[in-house]
Design a protein around this ligand. Structure first.
Ligand code: BES
Ligand code: MN
Ligand code: ZN
Length: 498
């Protein structure tokens, strides 16, 4: 989709469809007022008939409005003024995109970003307008015989009132486009079934990304290489699978030569049946989404590459399946991790931490400024926070503030849970340095405590996205989360104006 920033007189702009916001039932936003004046009060007369309900997301399509060059005008309800917040704005944007698809116009000019809630940073308002439009264009049909009709909108022009704001608006547009590309990559990988999206496939995806963006360097460690290093925890998970495990290591150096890199580590379980501690049947298909942490790392890298962010970034993806088999881990087995610490595997379904611990130890070699791991790690986190917030775990106050703020700004929120030492004893084992599970109570926290034992050498945070990475029911599918949070975090770290 072609996107551009426009300013200047609205009434004289030629467009197949002009989008104008209306607050309440009939309160015209500033751009709508200018059009109303140019049309001799036409909009006011129509709205006085009460055809637009005062609810965010209602729309009213008008044809041949007098005095304009626009072929159509789409009035978009923003809801009551006193309730006009970012949520209502996003709802209006989504409804507007839906309506544009219904009427199949190829091009439109929207003023909605210029009529965003006053409390919302104008750059974010623009980014929201861009990402909502582009997200609407994402459709999964890779494994359907009937391909969905493509999104008809080919060009979206975003009007901003003030000519002076064009440079900032162009930057916001660039960020929105990059972010949407990252989100769509993460959604697509999440949605692909486990028989197609294997560890090898994820490695190929990383190589494809490096092909498209030569600034990215990729190295894929196979099982032999991992065995030589001593990744006994990771390899114990893939032993029960016919798909070989991969450790995908990606590096982008857009920052100063001597600047320490940031590192993102994503859980890449391309299918999690639980292993010998087999999961129950219902909803097991959803465990194809157990690689959404990995998908978010690839998505965030893709956005970073498109934005050419001035920072150094490492992406690490430990990828494997978790299946029952004669060679699989058994409850009671003890493995030695890359760090040298031994682990008693009391439940083979707690496999994510076995992958992550070795990947996290591997990160030490990069002397990272910070490591953030992203994982669909525990059902307990989804029980605690539902599908609204991702779980954030870190002992680093500064990092917690940064990541929570990135979540707020991107609208992809996280909520902090403790990783206090008081919880560490839950992992005591009589036979190894630690057990891989604690009791059910506090399950998300003991999982984070487990990881904390492998991240002593650098500042570290853990995002548990078990609840947020995908939706269920009729809307079943990947959400692309937490790519928006991660990209916002990286934008801030790079010192770019958000
Ligand atoms: N991938 C799952 C976590 C998960 C479960 C995410 C359901 C989303 C929805 C993870 O590997 C797992 O199985 N965790 C276990 C840990 C338990 C055995 C301590 C869980 O949450 O049940
Ligand atoms: Mn599991
Ligand atoms: Zn898992």
């Amino acid at each position: 989709m072609e996107l551009s920033i426009k300013s200047g007189d609205l009434a004289t702009r030629k467009t197949p469809c002009l989008l104008l916001g209306v607050l309440g039932e009939r309160q015209l936003t500033a751009p709508a007022q200018s059009i109303d004046a140019a049309s001799g009060g036409y909009l006011t007369r129509i709205l006085d008939r009460g055809d637009l309900e005062a609810e965010a997301g209602r729309t009213l399509l008008l044809h041949e409005v007098p005095g304009l060059k626009a072929e159509r005008v789409l009035l978009v309800g923003l809801g009551p003024q006193d309730k006009y917040d970012r949520k209502a704005y996003l709802k209006a944007l989504a409804a507007a995109s839906g309506r544009l698809q219904e009427i199949r116009v190829k091009e439109a000019l929207t003023t909605l970003a210029a009529s965003a809630p006053p409390a919302l940073d104008p750059a974010l308002a623009l980014r929201d307008a861009v990402t909502t439009a582009l997200d609407r264009g994402y459709r999964y049909d890779r494994t359907k015989s009937e391909k969905k009709p493509p999104f008809t909108l080919q060009a979206l022009h975003l009007w901003i009132g003030d000519e002076d704001r064009k440079p900032r608006a162009r930057e916001a547009l660039r960020q929105g486009q990059a972010l949407a590309a990252g989100v769509s990559l993460a959604k697509e990988l999440g949605n692909l079934p486990g028989n197609l999206c294997t560890p090898t496939y994820l490695a190929d995806q990383a190589r494809d990304l490096a092909q498209a963006f030569p600034a990215l360097k990729v190295e894929v460690l196979d099982e032999d290489a991992m065995a030589k290093l001593g990744m006994g925890a990771l390899l114990s998970v893939s032993r029960g699978s016919r798909q070989p495990a991969k450790l995908i290591v990606m590096s982008y150096r857009g920052g100063k030569k001597d600047a320490k890199p940031l590192a993102l580590v994503g859980k890449g379980l391309t299918f999690d049946a639980g292993g010998i501690s087999l999961k129950p049947g219902p909803d097991m298909d959803q465990m194809k989404f157990d690689m959404c942490g990995a998908a978010s790392v690839l998505g965030a890298l893709r956005a970073t590459l498109e934005l050419k962010l001035p920072l150094n970034l490492i992406g690490v993806i430990p990828a494997s399946e978790n299946l029952p088999d004669g060679a699989a881990n058994k409850p009671g087995d003890i493995v030695t991790s890359l760090s040298g610490q031994t682990i008693e595997i009391l439940n083979t379904d707690a496999e994510g931490r076995l992958l992550l611990c070795d990947a996290l130890t591997y990160c030490e070699r990069f002397e990272p400024a910070v490591v953030v791991d992203i994982a669909t790690l525990t059902g307990a986190c989804a029980i605690a926070l539902g599908k609204v917030a991702s779980g954030l775990f870190t002992a680093d106050e500064g990092l917690a503030t940064e990541l929570l703020a990135a979540g707020e700004r991107s609208g992809d929120r996280a909520w902090r849970l403790p990783v206090w030492d008081d919880y560490q004893a839950l992992l005591d084992s009589n036979f190894a340095d630690m057990a891989n599970v604690g009791p059910r109570e506090g399950g998300a926290i003991s999982a984070a405590c487990f990881l904390s034992r492998y991240t002593k050498k650098y500042p570290w945070a853990h995002l548990d996205i078990a609840g947020t990475a995908w939706l269920t029911g009729k809307e079943k599918g990947g959400t692309g989360r937490p790519v928006p949070l991660l990209v916002e975090f990286l934008i801030q770290r790079a010192g770019l104006a958000g």
